[in-house]
Write a protein of this length. Sequence first.
Length: 225
Amino acid sequence: MAQNSILENFTVVVARQQRNGRGQQENGWASEPNKNLTFSLFLRFENIKIDEKKYLNFAVSLAVYNLLLGKKIPKISIKWPNDILSVNSKICGILIENTFSGNKIKNTIIGIGLNVNQEIFPQFKRKATSLKLETKKEYNLDVLLDELLKEIKKSINLLESKKFDLLDNMYLNALYKKNIPTMFKNSKDKVFMGMISGVSKDGNLQILLEDDTIKEFGIKEISFL
């Protein structure tokens, strides 16, 4: 649609059934028909620079995080860069794809897969959960979508108002395993101990190593063991 017409800002496309869901790094995203929120949101920007794109990621992640916090989902956190976890189980995946013009982000398409009423999940590498599993309640998908879009609008307003310090602080406060000694594996399968200390200007994960140095890792360069 975006390629073939001029879309209105905040256009939303919802899939009730998703046959070929896609996540970060071309990973699959499986969703039982009519059980979850799987949608894409089109946003147009006037003055967000390419080197500020990490804050777009922060804003969208925080919108989902705040919605789930309000639903009393236990131990919600953001797993860098933008998976949302309840305890150690994934409840939401986010994929952000930007179009650039000069040094600015022209527009973006935000794909969100939020597990809502699904109770049985395929046996992937990582555990999954849903709102219903965590709260024992059934949710109206249309109402939930409306609530989430309101949270996204609030976060995008912070982004467009250049409230970067606020977004930074909120994101780091919600970050999974921050300041907790953790085992990681790098792209060469080397295992090491470190603590997540922050996110760099470029959006890389900053890890404090055992020798008290801080090393940065991109999205394909590190994983939790």
